[in-house]
Design a protein around this ligand. Structure first.
Ligand SMILES: [Zn+2]
Length: 481
């Protein structure tokens, strides 16, 4: 691959273009899915190919191929140049510029203990089978699902600026759901999946089977749980529930391409516009969001992004104030930032890299605090675990989130189980109502493997870690009647 990357640099530098880069990728994914005691999917697939990006007269061209050889690199380069030339005719006044980035000659490999592809399929199927079997033994459970997803990506990146970067990324994930029927209702409960850039040792450490009976029992208990009172009350949210709220209300609105209006699909734009940088009170003074693409095992920890920018760590919200964004070389240059934040990622060799949410995490508190201590200071509220339904508007302001497991909080104590709870708020109002977080012992790097963005749509992975957190006076309602 390295030899082909050097060949690309050699021929691309002879063309009269502003810039070009290549990604040669090899992707392997194993996806296992069981419904009850029957395997419904045992997929093990590999894709290989190369994608070339060309900048000519301020306009992009992009082309890709599944053939990895010198002649094809020449052909794809020519095609990308043609497309860039055609694009430059219709680009109007807008001219793509790239923020500066040092030249990198480097390698990055996600450290793993057990190669997930070396573990026999049998062992994986047996684990998932055992989980479903355990859950189906619980009275009231009518359906179960369990799954595992293992990924490896080998990529060689090279640019006409001279960078040559080889990366190997491993990702492991598993989870399951139990469905219960009874008491004129149907409810589900899930083991909240926990993807990380780790090897199979991560799957073994999750205690998947050990929790199956508990998860199934909780699904049945939900059938008999009460619905919440409606009105404003306090919330204590667990890291898994918060990860999705963070993703939608902080992650997406601080993607600089959306902020600038260059991306408008899928609840596309953002209220967090550049004049707010350094002065907008996004949250209360204890709200600190750190983007960290160097986070060990983080899903966006790839050493370098897909345009050769080194992974970085920076504040997006500091002491409650909006201070920065995630960015690519192109959008960073539009605002005159000295450097891209290294957030350009593509889901395949055949996709153009776009501005992605980094590993974006709510920081834990410095003071020692447990989830119980957060709850002890709530007179009337709800404690929520896990993820449920969600929606958010075009500017990423008005939102509604559910959860997977709910308990009433009364006079400082966790009380009876509730069901069908949703909370509604407006992004800055919500984050300004945060008044307590647990310390780092209770911080969890939860994350996502299927963040959808772009047209045509691409899927990306990132970690959105959080401690437990308490929010005051949030509107709570019932998800269904
Ligand atoms: Zn997303």
């Amino acid at each position: 691959m390295k030899e082909l990357a050097l060949y690309f640099q050699d021929i691309a530098r002879r063309e009269s273009i502003e810039y070009a880069d290549i990604r040669i990728g090899h992707y392997r994914t194993q996806f296992l899915f069981l419904q009850d005691l029957s395997p419904k999917a045992i997929n093990d697939f590999e894709r290989m190919g190369l994608g070339i990006r060309v900048l000519y007269d301020g306009a992009w061209g992009f082309a890709s191929s599944t053939k990895i050889e010198k002649g094809e690199i020449e052909r794809v380069l020519k095609k990308a140049i043609e497309i860039a030339k055609a694009s430059s005719i219709v680009r109007g006044d807008y001219r793509v510029k790239l923020a500066q980035e040092p030249v990198h000659m480097d390698k990055y490999v996600v450290p793993i203990e057990i190669d997930p592809f070396e573990v026999p399929i049998n062992e994986k199927i047996n684990l998932l089978y055992g989980i479903n079997d355990e859950m189906l033994k619980v009275k009231g459970i009518v359906k179960t699902y369990s799954y595992m997803e293992l990924r490896r990506r080998d990529q060689t990146f090279a640019s006409t600026e001279g960078s040559l970067i080889e990366t190997t990324i491993f990702t492991s994930n598993a989870g399951y759901t139990a469905y219960a029927v009874g008491n004129n209702d149907t409810q589900s409960r899930s083991f909240q999946d926990y993807p990380l850039n780790k090897g199979y040792e991560h799957i073994r450490s999750l205690k998947l089977k050990e929790n199956a009976e508990r998860i199934a029992n909780e699904a049945v208990m939900k059938l008999y749980a009460a619905e919440p009172d409606e009105g404003n009350m306090d919330l204590v949210l667990d890291p898994s529930n918060l990860s999705l709220t963070i993703h939608e209300s902080v992650g997406h609105p601080t993607e600089l391409d959306r902020v600038l209006g260059y991306e408008a699909n899928y609840a596309g734009r953002s209220f967090a516009t550049p004049e707010k940088l350094g002065n907008f009170k996004y949250g209360s003074s204890i709200v600190n969001f750190v983007a960290d693409n160097t986070l060990p095992s983080g899903l966006a920890t790839t050493g370098f992004d897909d345009e050769g920018v080194e992974c970085q760590k920076w504040y997006i919200i500091k002491d409650g104030i909006l201070v920065d964004y995630s960015s690519t070389r192109e959008v960073a240059a539009i605002l005159g930032f000295p450097r891209s934040r290294g957030s350009a990622r593509a889901d395949s060799f055949s996709s153009f890299p776009i501005n992605r949410i980094p590993n974006l995490c709510l920081m834990p508190g410095d003071e020692s605090k447990t989830p119980e201590e957060l709850i002890s200071d709530v007179r009337r509220g709800v404690y929520i675990e896990g993820r449920g339904s969600y929606s958010i508007d075009q500017m990423r302001l008005n939102f509604q989130f559910g959860g997977d497991l709910f308990y009433e909080i009364k006079d400082g104590k966790k009380g009876r189980m509730l069901k069908n709870v949703i909370y509604q708020s407006i992004t800055p109002q919500f984050w300004n109502s945060l008044d307590g977080v647990t310390d780092k012992r209770f911080w969890e790097p939860r994350g996502f493997l299927t963040c959808g963005k772009g047209e045509p749509s691409q899927s990306a992975q990132m970690t959105n870690g959080a401690p437990y957190a308490r929010f005051r006076n949030v509107k709570v309602g019932r998800g269904r009647r």
